[in-house]
Design a protein around this ligand. Structure first.
Ligand SMILES: Cc1cc2nc3c(=O)[nH]c(=O)nc-3n(C[C@H](O)[C@H](O)[C@H](O)COP(=O)(O)OP(=O)(O)OC[C@H]3O[C@@H](n4cnc5c(N)ncnc54)[C@H](O)[C@@H]3O)c2cc1C
Length: 460
């Protein structure tokens, strides 16, 4: 035991770097360090790798319960797939194949009647647009002050950081319009009050970069989970599964990581690559610096529950409507999955429930929640009666090792928290999707993993 002052228990490993979390962020960090000759160990809580990448391989075409689309500008993700010999298939055309119906207040409103419909609360100059996020994003694009996405973290962007609510109010949106067109099937945050408009400026500038590079929505053949699985295979027995970390003890000589099963692991450096909320369950000795501890404690995560539905018969051929529907019910936005190889056939429906309605469903339990989602859909579409059954249910908020889908920034948090979340403390470095400066989603996870690996390499 080289590290006096730490555990007297037998240490299971003594390596250069321990990485906590075998999502693509942690695996990318571990792979880069491994390539440079460092001895690494990845400690993962679950019995599988991949974290927020979860492909439902028991359903046709292995639809994604977690991270879905790999976009044009995902340099790190695409490069890693190429190096590992993984095939990427483009679903962009199929993604836009359905024109969703508008279902509000218990009725499906024909598109031809939408513009002048009394339930259309869009601002008067936007009445002809589809309700919800797409219309909101057009306003963001119109007023986006960022020249490039990464400008969001520049000091002079701080002045743009206000709530979505105050941004929309400044641009003349009514309460009813905000409730219908921002807070229904909410894109980010859980209300217009708790979401920063700066995240949207960033998001839309970043989206543009993605499509400017190449307008694609790629998925890994066999499911996106194949990517972390192949990365993990390369790392061999450096990966330790089913080992939730509960305690990290660090001093000037090294780091000791303790797991719930009592195993103890030592290393010279540590990379924490868990999502932000599960990080709260790890006890750090000594405690994290107060500004970082505050960020870890307060940064919220987006709430999303996905319910996959099997379809017994294509009932939309009977009622002549699209299988996809944008609803103001607890069933959220329902899309048609087209996952079959070489065919555009509908392979199932997917209800994406976002924000507060997920809490109602999650509190009911999966069986009752699934039944409610189907009942809401059937109420709107009598032809669907008896035609749907739940194929899979995934609440990301209830997943103890995710506790949400991705970090969401409240007004004021970006400039206060992000610099803290990427700063090493002693021998501990931080990765994970939330610790990225210039990307989102899977690419953000890899960007953060790469940064943390380079920081540690410079110290080995
Ligand atoms: C519903 C949904 C849709 C998404 N859509 C997209 C999309 O279309 N495009 C896109 O690019 N991205 C998307 N994402 C985001 C993308 O999936 C994530 O950004 C990315 O997978 C995060 O990788 P990560 O390694 O940072 O975290 P994770 O994948 O969450 O990995 C963290 C790992 O840490 C482990 N862990 C947690 N606590 C502990 C502990 N105490 N001890 C040990 N291990 C622990 C977890 O089990 C997990 O394996 C989506 C995510 C979700 C959930």
């Amino acid at each position: 035991m080289a590290m006096s002052g730490m555990s007297r228990a037998h240490a299971a490993t003594n390596v250069d770097v321990i990485v906590i979390g075998a999502g693509i962020s942690g695996l990318h960090a571990a792979s880069l360090l491994n390539e440079q000759g460092a001895k690494v160990r990845v400690i993962e809580a679950q019995s599988r790798v991949g974290g927020r990448l979860l492909s439902l391989r028991n359903l046709e075409g292995a639809p994604e319960a977690g991270g879905d689309s790999i976009l044009g500008g995902y340099g790190r993700v695409r490069d890693t797939c190429a190096k590992l010999g993984l095939t990427l298939n483009d679903f962009e055309r199929r993604r836009g194949a359905d024109k969703p119906e508008i279902a509000i207040d218990g009725q499906v409103i024909p598109r031809s009647m939408w513009k002048d419909h009394p339930l259309n609360f869009l601002p008067s100059d936007r009445k002809q647009e589809f309700p919800g996020r797409r219309s909101f994003e057009k306003v963001v694009d119109q007023f986006n002050p960022l020249v490039s996405a990464s400008d969001w973290i520049e000091p002079n962007s701080r002045k743009f950081d206000e709530s979505v609510y105050s941004f929309l109010k400044r641009h003349g949106w009514s309460e009813a319009s905000i409730a219908q067109n921002y807070e229904t099937n909410i894109g980010r945050g859980s209300s217009a009050h708790d979401c920063s408009i700066l995240t949207w400026y960033f998001r839309r500038a970043w989206d543009k970069i993605q499509t400017d590079i190449e307008s694609v929505a790629l998925k890994v053949e066999g499911g996106n989970q194949t990517l972390p699985e192949t990365m993990a295979k390369r790392l061999g027995d450096a990966i330790l599964l089913s080992n939730p970390v509960v305690n990290v003890v660090a001093n000037e000589r090294g780091v000791e990581v303790r797991c719930v099963n009592g195993s103890v692991h030592q290393s010279r450096f540590l990379i924490c690559a868990t999502p932000i909320s599960p990080l709260r369950s790890i006890k750090f000795d000594p405690g994290l610096p107060p500004p970082l501890a505050k960020a870890v404690a307060l940064l919220p995560s987006m709430m999303i529950t996905k319910i996959f539905l099997n379809v017994k018969k294509p009932f939309w051929q009977e009622d002549g409507l699209s299988p996809a529907m944008w609803t103001d019910t607890v069933a959220g936005e329902i899309g048609a999955l087209r996952q079959a190889e070489g065919s555009d056939r509908v392979t199932g429906l997917l209800a994406r429930v976002r924000g507060f309605p997920t809490q109602r469903l999650d509190a009911m339990g999966e069986r009752a929640a699934g039944a409610l989602v189907i009942a809401e859909y059937e109420k709107l579409r009598p032809a669907a009666k008896g035609m749907l059954e739940v194929a899979a249910y995934k609440s990301w908020t209830k997943d103890p090792y995710a506790r949400g889908t991705w970090a969401e920034w409240e007004p004021g948090q970006i400039h206060e928290f992000l610099p803290e979340l990427i700063k090493p403390t002693g021998r501990i470095h931080f990765a994970g999707e939330h610790a990225s400066l210039a990307n989102r989603g899977m690419e953000a996870a890899m960007e953060a993993g790469e940064r943390a690996a380079l920081e540690v390499l410079g110290r080995l």
